[in-house]
Design a protein around this ligand. Structure first.
Ligand SMILES: Cc1cc2nc3c(=O)[nH]c(=O)nc-3n(C[C@H](O)[C@H](O)[C@H](O)COP(=O)(O)O)c2cc1C
Length: 240
């Protein structure tokens, strides 16, 4: 039996990301967020319009998307209810937010120079993605938010998480322990619940073989679908 409900927010579990950007005075800002997803080498970020990060992304078009592992949860939690914005917008002040000029410092994170963009990376995060804002627009119903399409230009991964050798080595999902936020509570990943049929598709085999991103991304749909019983016939793995 299902009930129709109307909660204030729909906040199903997504990984936590720490977005580093540069504020107008040149200092680094760091915002915890979890409305992020990836497709190919692009990432979509959903960020409130009142935040300093939204302003910084629109002004500079550069960021680093740092992914903390679950053991960094206490560091991440220290960033809650802080903003790089000064003065703090009235609404956020009422919600209990305070201005914090040194987010790296209060969280106990170390800023580390990026290679292709100006904002620094978070050294402690095992995954760091340097990105350029390709596009953005207002997003959502009953929410003052922007969505940012970010193109990843450089990916740095702690070698402890990697399977395989060379530039096409990939992240081993068994070693990767992302921090997940679900309905404002922190979780890690549980164990694997089932093998995925998507992993058997020709496209994913190509990915596993380490095809270059532009090769895998430019394959026509017909070349990347499985056929036959139990297949995903007629659908690309990433659009179905
Ligand atoms: C774990 C966590 C996840 C969050 N997820 C989001 C999110 O997805 N989008 C968003 O706009 N704010 C999110 N927030 C709130 C922002 O961190 C908050 O608005 C903050 O003030 C942004 O910092 P800034 O103003 O310096 O950019 C999240 C906060 C925490 C602690």
């Amino acid at each position: 039996m299902h009930k129709t409900i109307e909660p204030t927010i729909l906040y199903f579990g997504t990984p936590v990301a720490l977005i580093s950007t540069l504020s107008p005075d040149g200092s680094p800002n760091l915002a915890p967020m979890s409305s992020a997803w990836w497709l190919g080498w692009s990432c979509m970020l959903g960020l409130g319009q009142m935040g300093q990060t939204s302003d910084n992304l629109i002004r500079t078009r550069e960021c680093v998307i740092n992914l903390p592992s679950e053991d960094l949860v206490t560091h991440v939690d220290r960033l809650a209810l802080t903003t790089g914005k000064d003065p703090v917008p009235e609404k956020k002040r009422q919600w209990g937010y305070r201005h914090e000029p040194d987010k790296f410092g209060i969280a106990g994170f170390t800023a580390m120079e990026s290679e292709s963009v100006a904002p620094p990376r978070v050294r402690e995060c095992p995954v760091q993605m340097e990105g350029i804002v390709h596009d953005y627009r207002a997003f959502g119903k009953n929410v003052s938010a922007n969505m940012f399409e970010v193109h990843i230009v450089k990916l740095h991964v702690d070698e402890e998480l990697l399977a395989g050798e060379g530039p096409r080595s990939h992240i081993d999902p068994v070693r990767w322990r992302p921090l997940i936020m679900s309905f404002c509570r922190f979780f890690g990943l549980g164990g694997e619940v089932h093998p995925s049929r998507l992993a058997d598709s020709d496209f994913m085999k190509l990915v596993a073989q380490g095809a270059a991103p532009h090769v895998a991304g430019s394959l026509p749909a017909a070349q990347i679908v499985q056929t036959g019983a139990g297949s995903m016939e007629g659908k690309t793995p990433f659009t179905s």
